[in-house]
Design a protein around this ligand. Sequence first.
Ligand SMILES: Nc1ncnc2c1ncn2[C@@H]1O[C@H](COP(=O)(O)OP(=O)(O)OP(=O)(O)O)[C@@H](O)[C@H]1O
Ligand SMILES: [Mg+2]
Length: 234
Amino acid sequence: MLRLDSLSCGYGDMTAVQELTLDIPDGEITVMLGANGAGKSSTIMCIAGHVNIIGGRITYNEKEITHATPMARIKAGIAVVPEGRRLFPSLTVKENLIVGGYSQPNENSRDSIDRVLNLFPRLGDRLKQLAGSLSGGEQQMLSIGRALMSSPKLLLIDELSLGLMPKIIDLCYEAITELKKNGLTILIVEQSTQRALEVADRVCVLESGKEVWQDTAARARDNAALIDTLLGLN
Ligand SMILES: Nc1ncnc2c1ncn2[C@@H]1O[C@H](COP(=O)(O)OP(=O)(O)OP(=O)(O)O)[C@@H](O)[C@H]1O
Ligand SMILES: [Mg+2]
């Protein structure tokens, strides 16, 4: 569905990601791992059109989108759950969801909101609550929900479980599994490897902006010690 071909991107003179080649197959969950500063967020934001491309190309559903605008990418079905959630804190839960559906004015936003509330029922009791007053877990659910409002085909999630309690992490991963069942293609960036490897189909490890390991999740699970070493965890 998405292919990065020798993609390099960065900020001014600084190269954050160097010649990354990655295939994200339709309907699969790809997990990207890497230590702090490895280039994970830069990769996600580059796919979404927010980071300057230095070289290489991005192809989405057979079409080149290397230089497409962020809005064109959203309209084509690419949605992001950004690191730090980036909600609108002084808007309500419902208003945040409506903003997420902005790119699809013709779609029935009531249906889209209902889909999100089916996935995260606890947001349903809080539709009028300000997003800034939600717990961390609820904010992550809202951030995922807001991204889903654009009816994406490819969902990019940066740091799915960072700072969340195990129970909430379980809820988020259950939602991810449900979304995959419904045909969504998902790229998850994670620091905590174990939970991510349980749902992943493919795994890519970045170090200092370069890919150092890429294979099926089954191989990643068989090589857990090696992956931990690449991440500097042992
Ligand atoms: N807006 C920016 N301007 C300049 N440099 C940046 C910017 N954002 C990121 N960088 C740099 O790009 C490199 C990759 O950062 P990035 O945020 O992509 O890493 P990451 O893998 O997401 O790290 P973390 O696990 O801490 O979130 C880092 O050296 C970082 O300092
Ligand atoms: Mg990051």
